[in-house]
Write a protein that binds this ligand. Structure first.
Ligand code: ATP
Length: 306
């Protein structure tokens, strides 16, 4: 006798990203900026728990880092993801409880909301037993936001267009990063607005050859000078204190420091694990305290835990 397993609770783990390179073109007529970026998923994960309950509507509970600044209504990207999936696959949305256990900082330039959207797509597709393939899932992800498809994929990948056209990059080795979060987030829209004022013509949309060569060779020493972020100038203009933090990370022994995406999280590339331990300790003692994390890249994309 074949017995059917009814799944009524699913847990998915989904990573934060940094951009090893982020080239931003001029704002297009549709309001979006074309990008040429290299994403790297890092070992900092949000968890999405999806469960059915007897009732209707979507209940959202947010726990963990920065939970108080995450909306719990229709604005939450996880809710938008669940509604989009339900609508496209004709799922009658009875009671759905979403619990987001956040480790990724909110409005930190590490795509935390996008990660939750990606995690919810995967979790609900399993919960509702939807026959969806990877391409269809990626297309839905792209509708939800520029960083959502990469959160599904993970690893290291080139992103073009709005960041949703992805090609995996074969990179060698693991990279040790030290992250410093900030208590005050930066709005991505504000950073892009400042970028438009500072560089109305945008910049050349390319991924540096040196960066690709360093990834293929697995050389962090060659990677450090090739890191690039076109949004850094605008983020620092809005938050001048970040420049000092970047300098302090390098003084503490990092090979390079960069703003992660639209900031304000700063990411420091370290030669190896023991240097990363050293750098994180120094930055913590130097005032960053419990806002410091050590992570490794590349990490896997959205993954089912149970
Ligand atoms: P990106 O790097 O993609 O620009 P970010 O990491 O800077 O994004 P997010 O953490 O994704 O920023 O959050 C941006 C805003 O989105 C927050 O200020 C919050 O109001 C809203 N938001 C909606 N859903 C979520 C979610 N699940 N987690 C965090 N923020 C969310």
């Amino acid at each position: 006798m074949v017995s059917e397993v009814v799944v009524n609770r699913v847990v998915v783990r989904v990573p934060a990203k940094i951009n090893l390179s982020l080239a931003v073109g001029a704002r297009a007529a549709d309001g979006y900026h074309p990008l040429a970026t290299v994403f790297e998923a890092v070992s900092l994960f949000d968890e999405v728990h999806a469960e059915e309950f007897d009732g209707d509507g979507i209940d959202v509970l947010v726990a963990g880092a920065g939970a108080e600044s995450v909306p719990t209504g229709e604005d939450n990207l996880a809710v938008r993801a669940a509604r989009l999936l339900a609508e496209r696959y004709d799922i009658e949305l009875a009671g759905l409880a979403l619990t987001l256990r956040k480790a990724i900082p909110t409005a930190g330039g590490m795509a935390g909301g996008s990660a939750d959207a990606a995690g919810t797509l995967l979790a609900c597709s399993v919960l509702w037993d939807i026959d969806i393939d990877a391409d269809e899932m990626r297309d839905l992800a792209a509708e939800l936001g520029s960083d959502v498809p990469f959160a599904l994929l993970g690893g290291t990948a080139i992103g073009t267009g709005r960041g949703t056209e992805l090609v995996p990059v074969l990179s060698r080795g693991r990279r040790h990063w030290v992250l410093v979060f900030d208590n005050d987030g930066l709005s991505t829209a504000d950073v892009y607005r400042r970028y438009d004022e500072l560089r109305p013509k945008g910049s050349e949309l390319a991924v540096p050859d040196e960066l690709m060569n360093a990834l293929t060779a697995g050389s962090v020493v060659d990677l450090a000078p090739a890191l690039r972020n076109d949004l850094a100038e605008a983020a620092i203009d809005l938050r001048p204190d970040l420049e000092d933090l970047l300098a302090r990370g390098v003084e503490a022994g990092a090979l390079a420091g960069m703003i992660s995406g639209s900031g304000p999280t700063c990411a420091f590339l370290c030669r190896d694990e023991s240097t990363a331990i050293d750098v994180s300790g120094r930055l913590a003692r130097d005032g960053a305290g419990d806002r410091v994390r050590r992570v490794v890249g590349p990490a896997h994309g959205a993954r089912l835990l149970g």
